[in-house]
Design a binder for this molecule. Structure first.
Ligand code: ZN
Length: 523
């Protein structure tokens, strides 16, 4: 009996430790060189990995996602083969993608790896010595990436480079365990936060846009002056060559508090630039990179990025990074754009102003719902795609009385209606769309990309609109603001968002929450 108080005390303490939020930290230094004849990336990566979990780790799962494009047996190949156009899409990947020359070391000593039996784009790095809670290690490896023909996210079309999900990356270890998974382009993101220092060597004629702040003062000054001219004038300055006669240049980028790093390189990029003042103390740089022969509405791309950043900053919380950028991409069979921290790819050839603005706003909006509020998209895609779509629809309605889902089908009288009436009609129509699966369905469980889009984007946005109607718009707005304030730069789960809704509403919302598991339409 005498021991009882001691045991109780231990239990109490361990509960306290268990309930405390933690997340792993991965700080990267990467050197990479583009070979634009062989279409390869050669480099080395150094990751300082800090184990903030209460657990001892004996291995770390890594994603080697360039391998997703290696053959027709990867999880990604199987995913696209389920679609009607799957075979032709796979065939179009003429240059296969893969990563090789890996030799992992941990704190200078060789580290063995174990292949994942199912997926060639997932690998386990065995730690030579257990990594205790609170300790850090340095993981290094050289790598060579063979860049695939562009078809999904990462790739090249001739000498236009879209470099995404390209480096060996630790999978997330969080309070629910390991989250290693193969690449799919349906619900792909979940990564650890950290800092990036990336040195990119390219032939001197390339213009590069990347996650982070460019550190080369001369290159940055040239981008700003050319970009200012191109944003203001119809006479576009296109070609940019770095000073001097060196055949290559090395561009250094730094980014803090991000969980991903993407970059884009093209000799024909037209740079556009402006600054955006967000508040008394905050002004950010806005760059876009497009083509002289690109979509007409792209000429306004900088103002669309600025407007999106301002709206999301006011709805959720101020944009936290020093630069926001958008890149005009080639036509993508998969979507109208793709998000990465501080930079987004927009593939909407021929879009008019309202449509281009909507796509840019959706992708820029992902800086909040994925970039800052970094939920697990493979498991809970609605937390980024759906919540983001809700704000995108709000933006389109306020600015244009438009909605991307219905486009030209919106009747003329509705285009001049008051905002509340417009929203009511738009969501009324959305709620009539077929929405088979429940919102809370893991991304790979959707049998088609259309079903995924209808449910994770539209059904979720409609669900938030229902919340707005039942709880009040101010309450929902307040919940989003406090959710952002508590969870920025962290890994929130659905229950964390629910807590903020309940706190703002001052009531239990179990009935509304249960709708996330409802199949079919909401009645
Ligand atoms: Zn999206």
């Amino acid at each position: 009996m005498k021991r009882l108080p001691f045991i109780l005390l231990t239990l109490l303490t361990s509960n306290l430790v268990f309930s405390q939020y933690w997340q792993q930290q991965a700080d990267y230094t990467v050197n990479v060189t583009l070979n634009d004849k062989a279409h390869t990336l050669k480099g080395d990566i150094r990751i300082e990995y800090t184990n903030n979990s209460p657990d001892k780790l004996d291995f770390i799962w890594f994603h080697l996602w360039p391998n997703a494009y290696k053959d027709n047996k990867t999880a990604f190949a199987k995913q696209i083969l389920r679609d009607k156009d799957g075979k032709s899409r796979l065939k179009a990947i003429r240059d296969k993608g893969y990563i090789e020359d890996l030799e992992f070391t941990v704190d200078g000593g060789k580290a063995n790896t174990e292949a994942d039996p199912e997926n060639i784009d997932v690998i386990k790095v065995i730690l030579p010595k257990s990594l205790a809670s609170g300790q850090k290690i340095v993981i290094k490896t050289p790598f060579t990436v063979h860049i695939p023909t562009y078809s999904s996210r990462s790739g090249h079309l001739d000498q236009s480079y879209i470099i995404c999900q390209w480096y060996p990356k630790p999978a997330v270890y969080d309070r629910k365990g390991w989250h290693q998974f193969p690449y799919l382009d349906q619900g792909e993101f979940y990564s650890e936060f950290g800092s990036f220092a990336v040195n990119i060597t390219v032939p001197a004629a390339y213009v590069v846009g990347a996650t982070g702040e460019l550190q080369n003062a001369d290159e940055l000054a040239a981008y700003k002056s050319i970009g200012t001219n191109n944003n203001d004038s119809t006479k576009v300055i296109r070609h940019y060559t770095a000073n001097g006669n060196a055949p290559t240049k090395t561009l250094a980028y730094k980014a803090a508090n991000v969980h991903d790093f993407a970059w884009f390189a093209d000799k024909d990029f037209v740079i556009r630039y402006d600054t955006a003042r967000l508040s008394e103390n905050t002004t950010i740089d806005v760059f876009t990179y497009g083509y002289e022969t690109g979509t007409e509405s792209w000429k306004r791309s900088v103002s669309f990025v600025e407007d999106a950043v301002r709206h999301y900053s006011s709805w959720l919380g101020e944009y936290p990074w020093p630069v926001a950028q958008a890149v005009e991409g080639p036509k993508n069979v998969m979507s109208g754009g793709m998000e990465y921290p501080m930079i987004t790819l927009i593939t909407s050839p021929g879009a008019d102003d309202a449509k281009m603005d909507a796509v840019i706003t959706h992708e820029v909006g992902h800086n909040w719902f994925y970039g800052i509020l970094a939920s697990n998209e493979r498991q809970h895609a609605w937390m980024d795609e759906g919540l983001n779509s809700y704000f995108q629809f709000r933006y389109e309605a306020e600015k244009y009385r438009a909605n991307s889902i219905f486009g030209d089908a919106i009747p003329a009288e509705l285009k001049t209606a008051p905002i509340d009436q417009f929203m009511n009609s738009i969501y009324g129509a959305m709620l009539q769309l077929p929405m088979e699966e429940a919102i809370e369905t893991p991304s790979p469980d959707f049998t088609s990309k259309d079903g995924y889009a209808l449910v994770e984007y539209i059904k979720t946005a409609a669900w938030v609109y229902i919340l707005e109607n039942v709880l009040g718009k101010e309450t929902v707005d307040q919940a989003f603001k406090s959710y952002y304030a508590e969870w920025k730069f962290k890994h929130p789960y659905p229950e964390d968002f629910k807590k903020h809704l309940e706190k703002a509403a001052g009531q239990n919302i179990d009935q509304l929450w249960a709708l996330l598991n409802k199949k079919g339409k909401f009645d």
